[in-house]
Design a protein around this ligand. Structure first.
Ligand code: AMP
Ligand code: MG
Length: 481
């Protein structure tokens, strides 16, 4: 009898057959546990002790799973690909978590599917560790994100530029519905499929939309608002996703598909890490605009559902899309106020924050450390030009003088808004080096521990707070596919 760690309750598998391919994971040579995320398992109502390497490596299909690869399309760097799909990921099924929320359990790196195209269906250990660390960090920052339930090594090499150890990540998401999922049906002019998908997304993520006057417009507007809020949070922590293609844009508004993503060290608004992003399409400062671009693509897909005539549909879409700008600006300003410790709103707050960012950009000041030191005497040391920083600090203290006398609360807000620890790229690289070169996962576990509670200073994890020395700087990140 199969063990039963998951109480699966699958809904996506009930959708029409052309929404996915039923396919089992391909067994691997020697699955071995790297890590099981016990806290997340607990939240999901999963008995972590019953999770085996065989299950998490895809060698055994757990009871109740209905493995499938989802169909989707997507714009990649602006170019439309009518069929992408899960080429190396397999949805095992869904569970209802302790808060009553439906969550997907997916294996990533689990073998070939009908959507693998020229890929091998596998994942290398490095990118699996990066996705694990960055996803858990995002969660610790309070930013909507997919999570990592477990990671295993496969005992099988994957061939990239060189042979690398293979791994499988068990990913947890509110769902894996993407803008690209809608594009798949829209590109095929499959209105029935499109409607079934929209109704599914509404029931699963935006049930309030079903009650609205115009449910599909309400749905679009809610996705718009969720994405706007998400990108504002990315900007808050200096996160650069790197591949904001429409297939990596979640309908649930979670950060998803961590490829060549990275957090900025020195602040540069035009920062790009990804080796494949030559034009800087997904540079830090472009992220808000690119998310909006993706939402326009979603709106185009939904046109047939929005109204009876094209003209009316376009008008409905525009109404929903209009929300993006204000929703983003509100969320971004709120995030910046938090970073500056402002509990109330004043009309010049955005200017005050932007001027600080400009100073940081001029000196390429470390994004994380600089914000963290606000209110600390040592902040001045980070700037070569003392006159300009002093001038700004005077403006900031004048602004603080208008604030209510709630310093305790202010400090707590600032600690949360300005994490002390981020998953710095050079540290991730060191973790990956140790794992790949020496099968040493101690640095990985230590970094996970350092990221658990990023709002507080932990002297024992000081290493993780330090910016890279020049020889440690990571200039480029690779997709790792
Ligand atoms: P990503 O860049 O990870 O968002 O992936 C884009 C598309 O390429 C998705 O359809 C993936 O499933 C597919 N893909 C990426 N890597 C592989 C791989 N190693 N084998 C098969 N398909 C892949
Ligand atoms: Mg993707």
């Amino acid at each position: 009898m199969e063990q039963l760690p998951f109480a699966f309750d699958n809904s996506y598998a009930r959708l029409p057959p052309h929404f996915f391919q039923r396919v089992d994971p391909t067994p691997v040579a020697e699955p071995r546990l790297i890590e099981v995320n016990r806290a997340l398992a607990e939240e999901l109502g999963i008995d972590a002790d019953r999770l085996t390497a065989a299950m998490l490596g895809g060698n055994e299909v757990p009871f109740g799973a209905e493995p499938l690869a989802m169909a989707y399309a997507g714009h990649q760097f602006g170019y439309f690909v009518p069929q992408l799909g899960d080429g190396r990921a397999i949805l095992l099924g869904e569970v209802i978590d302790r808060n009553g929320l439906r969550r997907d359990i997916q294996l990533k790196g689990s073998g070939l599917t009908a959507f693998s195209r020229r890929g091998d269906g596998r994942a290398a250990l490095g990118p699996v560790l990066r996705e694990y660390l960055v996803g858990e960090a995002m969660a610790a920052f309070g930013i909507p994100t997919t999570r990592a339930l477990a990671a295993v090594t496969t005992g099988q090499p994957v061939l990239r530029e060189m042979p690398l150890p293979g791994a499988v990540l068990t990913r947890v998401a509110s769902s894996h519905l993407r803008v690209g999922s809608f594009q798949f049906f829209a590109a095929r002019e499959d209105k029935e499929g499109l409607k079934a998908l929209a109704d599914y997304a509404i029931a699963r993520h935006y049930p309030e939309a079903a009650q609205a006057d115009k449910p599909y417009r309400a749905f679009l507007q809610m996705v718009v608002e969720r994405q706007a809020a998400l990108i504002a949070q990315w900007q808050r922590v200096g996160f650069i996703h790197g591949v904001m293609n429409t297939d990596n844009c979640s309908i649930a508004g979670e950060t998803i598909d961590f490829g060549p993503c990275a957090f900025m060290d020195g602040f540069d608004p035009n920062k790009v890490f990804s080796s494949i992003d030559e034009g800087g399409r997904y540079a830090y400062n472009n992220q808000p605009r690119m998310a909006q671009w993706n939402l326009f693509r979603l709106a185009e897909c939904l046109l047939p559902l929005l109204a009876d005539t094209e003209e009316d549909s376009v008008a409905e879409a525009e109404l929903a899309l209009e929300r993006y700008k204000t929703a983003f600006e509100e969320a971004y300003l709120a995030a910046l106020r938090g970073k500056l410790g402002l509990l109330t709103a004043q009309p010049d707050d955005m200017e005050l924050a932007q001027d600080f960012l400009k100073l940081m950009a001029t000196e390429q000041a470390d994004f994380t450390i600089t914000f963290r030191r606000l209110g600390d005497e040592t902040l001045r040391h980070l700037f070569a030009d003392k006159a300009v920083i002093d001038d700004w600090l005077t403006r900031w203290s004048l602004r603080l003088a208008q604030e209510p006398d709630r310093d305790e609360e202010r400090r707590a807000v600032m600690r949360r808004a300005n994490p002390a620890v981020i998953p710095r790229n050079h540290r991730i690289e060191a973790v990956i080096r140790a794992a790949v070169d020496n099968e040493d996962f101690a640095p990985f576990r230590e970094m996970l521990a350092a990221l658990k509670d990023p709002s507080d200073d932990h002297p024992e994890f000081a290493l993780y707070q330090q910016p890279p020395r020049s020889e440690e700087l990571v200039l480029r990140t690779f997709c790792g596919t």
